[in-house]
Each structure stands twice: as structure tokens, then as C-alpha cells.
Design a protein around this ligand. Structure first.
Ligand code: SD4
Length: 291
């Protein structure tokens, strides 16, 4: 069995490539890195990689992470600027014994030393989005934090190895140095080849309050199907946040177990996700409102 599941429609070209590789027996690490790079490199996906949404200071600071479900190795970068593929830097960091998570200048120094491609990630299109948003914010029509999507994926290869990965520019107009859930183990992603994996998209500040990706893997370990695990974890966190704080931010989760069964849950209307498995050709689904 093989399979790959990803947040948002933007992932479909990437998972199509990964599906081709997995069919041929490729490693889940290589397949997921290829799939995420496809999203990072596409300039019109405005919340991941090249063309990503800038922070308050009009700089593109990116977060990414990679996890190997066999060894539980994790690599992550946060608030990294001017490098083409944060996912590849994160994966390289996962091979280090210590210093596996690097931020800002430290991450850039590591990337430079390791010979990763430097690239100005701020596109003219992103500058236009930024300037428009500044105007909208001044006119108080819109909150600075709306408009953001993260690509998160979970992958299973024919050898039974599982991986998880994320990549994002985080929240539009975030403060310089702000780090979301995406590079944080257990929140933005988690995977264990003995069980399965999960990945998140939505409001990082709220996703982190539930360590929600780990929670889903924990529920799957207790025997839940990925769908039941996703729904249980998302509904519980949504309810807890509403009860304690009056409202919950966007929470959308994908998961796959080591049999290639998958699940999705969200508290927003119209969350799209992409999936490909040995039994299903690459396809995009759109969820209905779960409320
Ligand atoms: C973050 N969770 O930085 C990311 C953003 C995101 O859909 O996923 N948006 O908080």
C-alpha cells in the first residue's frame, strides 16, 4: 500500500508527482519532499514558498518541517528568509543529532553552509497583496490576520515508512519573527510509522493549544480510524476553545494511518484537501461545513 494526503487544493500537482514516485517504490521522504517543493516553487500559491505572503515589514519569512516516522527524526526551520526550498533545509536538519530546529539567521547560515539555493522569495504579486492589505487595514475593513494557507502532508510508502511535512509563509502581516504551529512537532505535524501521521492548517496560535497533530496520532494508536481521530480531536479542541475563550480559530486537519486509510476534519466551511493512494487516483475534495 502507498498513499499521500495533503491540505488544500494547491497540493494536487505535488501529490500527483509523489504518487508516481510511490508507485515505483520510492522512499516516503523523497516523495513528500518532491510534493512540497512543487508547492513551494509555484509563484501563485501565495502562502507557501516563492510568492508567499509577507510579514508586517514586507519580508517573506517561511516556516517548514519534516518528520521521519521510522526514526522519529525531526528537522524544522522557522522565520527563514531568502531560500528557495525551506522543506529541503528542514529535511537536511532532520539528519543532525542536535540543532534540528533553527530560526531566522541561524537557519540561513546553515542553509548557506550546506549549499542550498538562495532566492528572493518576495514577488511583485506578493508586494501588491501587501500594499492592498495595508490599505484595507487602514480602512479597518479587514483583520490583518485573515488570508493564509499551509501545505501539510502525510505520506506512506510501499516499504511501510511514513513521513510528515509542512511548509508555509504563516499568517499574512504577522509580526517579524512570529512562528506558527507548522514547524512545531505535535502541533503542525506528527508521524509514527507504527501508527500513522497528521498535519494541520489554520490559526497556529489555536492549533498549538491542543498539540492537535500528536493528539490525532495518539487517538489512532488507541485504535481509532483516522476519520474518527480527526473529528474527535478537532471537535474537542474547537469546543474547549469556545468554552474557555469564547471563540476558536480555524482548525483543519488531515491524517493517514499505516494502512493507507485517511481522515479529515475541520471547523471551517469549504476546506479542500488532496489525496492519492494505491486505490485512488490523485483527487481534490472539498469538505462541507461540519457545524
Ligand atoms: C500558521 N498554521 O502559521 C499556519 C497558517 C495556516 O492556513 O495554516 N494557515 O499559523
Amino acid at each position: 500500500m502507498w498513499g499521500i494526503i495533503a491540505t488544500w487544493r494547491m497540493a494536487v500537482e505535488g501529490i500527483t508527482k509523489a504518487d508516481e514516485m510511490l508507485k515505483e517504490g520510492a522512499d516516503a521522504g523523497d516523495a513528500i519532499e518532491t510534493a512540497i517543493k512543487e508547492v513551494e516553487d509555484f509563484p501563485y500559491y501565495k502562502s507557501v514558498g516563492y510568492g508567499g505572503l509577507p510579514n508586517e515589514e514586507m519580508e517573506v519569512e517561511l516556516d517548514a518541517a519534516y518528520m521521519d516516522g521510522d526514526t522519529l527524526d525531526i528537522g524544522a526551520v522557522a522565520a527563514i528568509k531568502d531560500y528557495a526550498n525551506p522543506i529541503s533545509i528542514a529535511r537536511r536538519l532532520s539528519h543532525e543529532k542536535v540543532n534540528c530546529m533553527l530560526v531566522g539567521e541561524g537557519a540561513e547560515k546553515f542553509a548557506h553552509k550546506e549549499g542550498f539555493e538562495r532566492k528572493n522569495m518576495l514577488t511583485d504579486r506578493a508586494k501588491i497583496h501587501y500594499r492592498n492589505r495595508v490599505k484595507e487595514v487602514q480602512q479597518q475593513e479587514i483583520k490583518p490576520y485573515s488570508g493564509h494557507d499551509t501545505v501539510g502532508m502525510v505520506c506512506l510508502d510501499t516499504h511501510g515508512k511514513m513521513t510528515a511535512a509542512t511548509s508555509t509563509s504563516g499568517l499574512f502581516m504577522k509580526k517579524k519573527g512570529r512562528v506558527g504551529d507548522s514547524p512545531i512537532s505535535g502541533s503542525g505535524f506528527y508521524v509514527d510509522s507504527k501508527v500513522g501521521g497528521a498535519s494541520a492548517t489554520g490559526l497556529g496560535e489555536d492549533l498549538m493549544k491542543g498539540c492537535i497533530s500528536y493528539e490525532i496520532v495518539r487517538l489512532m494508536k488507541e485504535g481509532m480510524h483516522p476519520q474518527e481521530a480527526c473529528e474527535t480531536a478537532v471537535n474537542k479542541l474547537d469546543e474547549e476553545l469556545k468554552e474557555r475563550r469564547g471563540k476558536a480559530g480555524d482548525l483543519s486537519l488531515i491524517a493517514m494511518n499505516n494502512k493507507g486509510e485517511w481522515g479529515v476534519a475541520t471547523n471551517i466551511e469549504g476546506f479542500s484537501f488532496a489525496i492519492a493512494t494505491e486505490n485512488e487516483k490523485p483527487i481534490v475534495y472539498l469538505t462541507k461545513n461540519v457545524d
